[in-house]
Design a protein around this ligand. Structure first.
Ligand code: ADP
Length: 557
């Protein structure tokens, strides 16, 4: 690939003249040092979205340059330069937001502001159970820090262990530990933000000089501002606090298996009761052994384990277009459970034992014929070899990258895909709703030509009160397929909206569609987003177009 300079794009909200671009690069170099300004194509390409459906096409949003500041003061100076020369910026922390745009900007031509050099772990308070970190701190960094300093706190980590703790939370990422900690934005407490005009604010209790409650009390005086900086383009976040769970004594997984297709609503009602009561406190993982959906964690074993040969009897049912309920006799003859729910617990063994016994009692009452077995048990601290090899290491708060093996060349995908993009609809925790969603989405995916072969879509249980139902597609190097996939997933978002199932986090290719379905009262919420953007960043220098937000004041004043 030729090495050369990437031209700034024209007409993407901000007209960037070559002269202004050159002047800005010189000014940026004075701030961050010439060695932290990147303009060569081979450097720029490291900031592309590796999973992009636009890869190598004219619409691939490549940045025009990248700069890597080392301090809040440097970011303030960058904002002033960008405002006066009208240069769009795109902040990333570790830039591992794969499946949601990676490190690429929404709009081509932005200057990437790579915050990886700002990687200080400012504070870890073992007694109060929190940390305060800069954007460049990855889950590995924080994990190693806790381990090396023998701090008895546990992280909640998402699939990309190399991702930024702060960046993941800002994009509404989630992990696999206790419900109180695995919603990463929810578990943050206080942030520091540089606004487009160069001013610095601290949210929550950080506005009080010398505050002793910035990382312990989420709400300061007046409106809570933290939410403004989540999935937005209103500022560059430079510090963020997070609550961390005290390292528990032990972990335990209980397994519940049920035989009948129609057991599903009772399984989910019981799960909801036990989780909302705090009895099941860890990540619950619902799968369907009959359909070979292995649950969130089983996919890693499927990807890396021995290749499975399809059962001809099963295939015959698929080929005959059997309804998902019609697989029940097939499952019964072979003793395959229709549903499997793994529930997990943290804490002292004696307490877990009682909780698991109570769960079994509730499930036995709700679902005739439910069967129970003990799954994985683990004590803390986690031994090195378990941390290094366990497919459920993230449940122990250990970062790993094995989850990404499910989108690499593997036993059920021998052709290397480029990556994934997906649409994840949010349902109330209700089995009838899940059946409706699965039937609707499988039929839609078939008719849109993006069906993955699943008979039934089992949900993710990350969000405590909801079921997260994914429609996943593999991106390839074929632009036609990628366009079909992207259009298909946009249609899935619209179908979800028509049924009252929102989507919560999108690849840039789908963000305009996502915005368009928030249509209540003449799209009052998206319009308010734009009005806030116009007030906070009138030139529109920060991440233009992210989540469809531009500085357009459309509010009646
Ligand atoms: P991760 O490495 O955890 O995946 P990223 O650095 O890719 O996280 O961040 C995800 C997205 O969140 C980015 O694409 C960007 O839009 C936004 N973002 C990340 N860091 C910041 C920040 N410090 N300030 C504002 N927005 C950010």
């Amino acid at each position: 690939m030729a090495v050369g300079r990437v031209e700034p794009a024209e007409g993407q909200g901000l007209e960037i003249s070559r002269e202004a671009f050159e002047t800005a690069l010189e000014a940026f170099a004075e701030v961050v040092g010439q060695e932290w300004v990147f303009v060569e194509r081979e450097d720029i390409l490291t900031y592309r979205d590796a999973y992009s459906p636009f890869i190598d096409t004219a619409s691939e949003p490549l940045p025009s340059a990248a700069i890597a500041p080392a301090s809040v003061e440097e970011i303030q100076a960058i904002m002033r330069i960008a405002n006066s020369l009208r240069i769009p910026l795109y902040p990333i922390s570790c830039g591992r937001n794969l499946a949601f745009g990676g490190s690429a900007p929404n709009q081509p031509g932005c200057v990437t502001v790579d915050l990886k050099r700002m990687n200080r772990i400012i504070e870890v308070n073992a007694k109060q159970g929190y940390c305060l970190v800069e954007p460049g701190v990855s889950y590995y960094d924080l994990y190693n820090y806790l381990r090396e300093n023998d701090i008895p706190l546990m992280l909640s980590v998402p699939d990309p262990g190399w991702g930024s703790v702060l960046g993941n939370a800002l994009d509404k990422g989630s992990g696999y530990t206790s419900a109180r900690y695995r919603n990463h934005f929810d578990t943050h407490c206080g942030m520091e933000v540089v606004l487009a005009n160069g001013e610095i604010i601290r949210t929550g209790n950080g506005g009080l000089p010398g505050s002793k409650a910035w990382q312990t009390f989420k709400f300061g005086y007046g409106p809570e501002l933290g939410g403004l900086f989540c999935q937005s383009n209103f500022g560059i976040v430079t510090k963020m606090g997070f609550w961390l769970m005290p390292r528990p004594e032990s972990f335990f997984e209980g397994v519940i298996e049920c035989k009948k297709a129609d057991d599903l609503p009772a399984i989910i009602d019981t799960w909801a009761y036990l989780e909302n009561s705090g009895i099941i406190d860890g990540f619950p993982d619902l799968s369907s052994p009959v359909f070979g959906t292995p649950g969130v964690f089983g996919t890693i074993g499927m990807a890396t384990g021995p290749a499975l040969s399809p059962d001809p009897a099963y295939q015959a049912l698929v080929d005959a277009g059997a309804h998902w309920r019609d697989f029940e006799p097939y499952a019964a003859e072979r003793g395959i459970p229709f549903w499997r729910l793994r529930v997990t617990f943290y804490g002292p063994k004696a307490i877990i034992r009682e909780k698991w016994a109570y769960c079994q009692e509730r499930f036995a009452r709700a679902v005739a014929g439910a069967e129970f077995s003990d799954g994985i048990a683990q004590t803390f601290p986690i031994p090195e070899e378990v941390a290094a090899t366990s497919d459920i290491a993230t449940m122990f708060g250990v970062p790993m990258l094995r989850g990404l093996s499910t989108v690499a060349r593997n036993n059920f995908m021998p052709d290397v895909p480029r990556g994934i993009i997906w649409t994840t609809l949010i349902l109330p925790k209700d089995g009838h709703e899940l059946i409706k969603a699965s039937e609707t989405l499988v039929a839609a995916a078939k008719s849109l030509g993006i069906w993955s072969g699943l008979q039934f879509i089992t949900p993710y249980g990350n969000w405590e009160r909801n079921l997260k139902v994914p429609v996943v597609g593999l991106t390839t190097d074929d632009p036609e397929w990628n366009a079909k996939l992207t259009d298909g997933l946009a249609e899935i978002i619209r179908i979800g909206a028509a049924n009252g199932w929102p989507e919560f986090r999108s690849h840039p290719a789908l963000q305009e569609t996502l915005r368009s379905v928030y249509a209540f009262e003449g799209s009052s919420v998206p319009r308010l987003h734009d009005t806030l953007k116009a007030a906070l960043d009138p030139v529109g220098i920060i991440a233009p177009g992210r989540y469809g937000i531009w500085p357009r004041d459309q509010w009646e004043h």
